[in-house]
Design a protein around this ligand. Structure first.
Ligand code: PLP
Length: 390
């Protein structure tokens, strides 16, 4: 059954039938060998996606639990981290670190921009940072981080590189074996969640640890959490029929199906499709005189923070969209009321995005803004076709 609404908030994203069908299958015992086989296959596709032989954990929880797992297993209380923040979700690491007794210093960019490499380097030169957190795509601003620049910079100062992929994994390349300049220069931890570009409903925390991060865990005597301590999960993820805490069985069915869909599409093809969708939707929205908060060089393929042309009322615009079956999210923080956020990731199709453009055109016309929605759709199709090529 097709979805009744176009859920184009930046996560959760539209869930497709194949994944709903998996969710609705009869619940098995969490120790059943058939279930364990499925879980192992899902983990092995996840390892392929992140290109790692390290340890991958998929447990019940949300992205915030993944953030906690990443920090609590690599940084001891009293040690210091640097947070590179491009918005609300970058800043969230401050709260997580504070709760765990980890000292945190944050470098926050102006909304819509990146923190400069020079500022990060100046801070790292002070020394003593055990890890640096980087949000691959900040969901509040639609700003993407530049891994080619940041990974070698952080590793030059011997810190662990912790990547928040909640709004990026399965849409942007996140390769833990990629050597950014030299052998040691790799991403050490990727943390993510099920509800965005992976296309599963909310409910799974997903974390991958590479060799340097696993070494860091060994050096921590006692982790102040039972559920989030990876030592309690490593042998379970290797043999998922074993018990530590009950697996979210139906969510794992859904995750397994989602990972097979991603593998079937092809990782590289999926990344290119997202890049093309991002460019196409931004170009189309500009034909409506809307501005995109992030400059094109730093704009994310997964979501856009869009600023209204003069005279558009945010509440009226979004409620008109909702009546027509299109759900977008409000802009956060200082931009609240001045724009909206639209997700364009996961298993969303280009056809749905074209329909969304038409609906947005109607809602703008209701407020007296003259637009040409055919032109917007044509722009989307042209830019998408140009860029959706491997
Ligand atoms: C980039 C990013 N990190 C972390 C989170 C927190 O994830 P959750 O809301 O699933 O706890 C979010 C949520 O949207 C996010 O977008």
């Amino acid at each position: 059954m097709p979805n009744k609404e176009m859920l184009l908030i930046p996560g959760p994203t539209p869930v497709i039938d194949e994944i709903y069908e998996a969710l609705a299958r009869e619940t098995m015992a969490h120790t059943d060998m058939r279930f364990a086989g499925m879980f192992s296959e899902a983990l092995s596709i996840t390892k392929k996606m992140f290109n790692t032989d390290g340890e991958v954990f998929v447990i019940a929880g949300s992205g915030t639990l993944s953030m906690e797992m990443a920090l609590i297993n690599t940084v001891a209380p009293g040690e210091k981290i640097l947070i590179v923040s491009h918005g609300y979700f970058g800043d969230r690491f401050i709260g997580v670190a504070n709760a765990l007794g980890i000292e945190a210093e944050a470098l926050s960019s102006e909304w819509g921009k990146q923190v400069s490499a020079a500022m990060i380097e100046e801070k790292l030169q002070e020394g003593g940072f055990k890890a640096v957190t980087v949000t691959h795509v900040d969901t509040s601003t639609g700003v993407r981080s530049n891994l080619d620049e940041l990974v070698p910079l952080v590793k030059k100062y011997g810190a662990l590189f912790i990547l928040d992929g909640v709004c990026a994994s399965a849409a942007l390349e996140e390769d833990m074996s990629k050597e950014y300049g030299s052998k040691q220069n790799t991403i050490d931890v990727i943390l993510t969640a099920s509800q965005k570009a992976i296309g599963v409903p909310p409910g799974l925390a997903i974390v991958a640890f590479g060799p340097q991060a696993l070494e860091a865990r060994k050096k921590i005597d006692k982790v102040n959490s039972y559920y989030a301590d990876i030592n309690n999960w490593i042998h379970i993820m290797r043999e998922p029929f074993k018990y530590f805490a009950t697996h979210p069985v139906n969510m794992i069915y859904a995750y397994h199906t989602a990972m097979k869909i991603i593998e079937r599409e092809g990782f590289a093809k999926r990344y290119v499709r997202h890049t093309a969708i991002g460019k196409a939707i931004r170009a189309a929205l500009r034909t409506y005189d809307m501005a995109i908060l992030a400059k094109e060089e730093v704009a994310a393929p997964t979501l856009s923070c869009v600023l209204y042309p003069a005279g558009v009322d945010d509440a009226k615009f979004r409620s008109s969209l909702a009546k027509k079956g299109l759900i977008v999210a409000g802009a956060l923080g200082p931009l609240n009321g001045r724009g909206f956020r639209i997700g364009h990731m996961g298993n969303v199709t280009d056809q749905v995005l074209c329909t969304a453009l038409q609906v947005m055109g109607e809602a703008l016309e209701e407020q007296g803004v003259v637009v040409d929605s055919h032109e917007a759709v044509r722009t989307f199709e042209k830019v998408f076709a140009e860029h959706n090529q491997l």
